[in-house]
Write a protein that binds this ligand. Structure first.
Ligand SMILES: Cc1cc2nc3c(=O)[nH]c(=O)nc-3n(C[C@H](O)[C@H](O)[C@H](O)COP(=O)(O)O)c2cc1C
Length: 203
């Protein structure tokens, strides 16, 4: 059955099985190569992020791209952030410096907190997480792969300051984006019954 209402589930061009299959095929890939999305492709993914469930429409998110040569400076920023947090192992610091080279593009996803009487901080974090999942799926639909990471520096005050975060903002993720260079094995399905139950009243 078709419908003119764009929000009706029957208006979708996917069958439920096709949509599930598409979502199930998303898998994180740690090492990604060129190409990365172009501006139009990235903007479509961000547009999808902006449709995430969002209590009181606070838009608790902000996205920053890092690509090309900027990845070198960003690697230094990550290492400096760890050092500020007390890391002194030069091997670890050097390893973190190289992290941004694992993909041609990194999207820093920031949960931009909007203090609100009815929308607690954790709800805004959840909204931002939903936004990120939306963008991962649109990137996948365009043939790209990704990996959502936090990494050791995500909670660093030094990194947050450098990214212009306010005190209650969170770095929700560094999403590494690019193209997979090889196939990976499909994920092992979980058993739905392990996670789904019927609530029964006590009376
Ligand atoms: C908020 C968040 C932070 C994450 N940080 C890391 C990380 O720093 N390093 C990592 O290896 N995986 C991290 N992951 C997990 C991967 O993104 C990925 O979900 C996991 O490896 C499972 O793979 P899949 O996405 O293919 O199911 C993080 C996931 C989330 C949601």
């Amino acid at each position: 059955m078709s419908s003119d209402f764009s929000t009706s589930s029957s208006a979708t061009q996917f069958s439920p099985d096709q949509l599930y299959d598409f979502i199930n095929r998303r898998q994180s890939i740690g090492l990604l190569v060129e190409p990365a999305p172009n501006t139009a492709q990235l903007e479509l993914a961000i547009a999808a992020a902006l449709t995430a469930p969002d209590h009181h429409r606070l838009h608790p998110w902000r996205f920053i791209t890092i690509q090309g040569e900027q990845r070198i400076a960003f690697g230094e920023l990550l290492a400096n952030s760890l050092a500020e947090g007390g890391e002194i192992d030069p091997v670890q610091l050097d390893r973190v410096k190289q992290h941004p080279m694992r993909a041609p593009m990194i999207l820093v996803c920031i949960m931009q907190d909007h203090p609100h009487l009815k929308v607690p901080h954790y709800e805004q974090v959840l909204s931002c997480g939903a936004a990120i999942q939306n963008l991962l799926l649109v990137l996948q639909s365009q043939g790209f792969s990704s990996m959502w990471r936090s990494g050791a520096a995500a909670e660093s005050a030094h990194l947050k300051r450098a990214l212009g975060c306010a005190g209650s903002d969170e770095i929700a993720g560094l999403v590494y984006i690019g193209t997979a260079s090889k196939e990976i094995a499909p994920r092992t399905p979980l058993n739905v019954a392990d996670f789904l139950s019927d609530w029964q009243s006590e009376s």
